[in-house]
Write a protein that binds this ligand. Structure first.
Ligand SMILES: [Zn+2]
Length: 125
């Protein structure tokens, strides 16, 4: 009994593929082009998020100017500096059970009325 023939198309150039039924690309050129494009996309995504995290960290660090351990700021100031609240590296609860968001070694705690407490991570973390 003859099997139905299902047309398959190259994932890169979209031409019809001939040959083995598990082939996804015409040839190595198409496979390489497809994989390179995917890697570039992943690299850009990771790079953009990494840049946003480093920038967030620098903005928080600037609020502490040097040796200060904590400072108050507000949402408006952080946004004006380009802070992106959706990116942080981790969370910590302090001894009182209050949640802090961190960008590497700098963290912040939301306060009432769009205020923020900015802190630098202590050694005990
Ligand atoms: Zn192709």
């Amino acid at each position: 009994m003859a099997r139905p023939i299902i047309a398959r198309y190259c994932q890169w150039c979209e031409k019809q593929i001939r040959g083995r039924s598990d082939k996804k690309f015409c040839d190595d050129t198409c496979r390489n082009a497809f994989n390179n494009q995917r890697n570039i996309g992943e690299y850009n995504l990771v790079r953009n998020i990494n840049h946003a995290l480093v920038r967030n960290r620098r903005i928080l660090a600037d609020h502490l100017n040097g040796n200060t351990l904590m400072a108050r700021t507000n949402r408006e100031k952080l946004l004006q500096n380009g802070f992106q609240f959706k990116y942080c590296t981790h969370f910590q609860l302090n001894e009182s059970g209050e949640l802090f968001y961190f960008c590497y070694d700098y963290g912040y705690q939301p306060l009432p009325q769009d205020g923020y407490l900015v802190i630098r991570q202590q050694n005990k973390f």
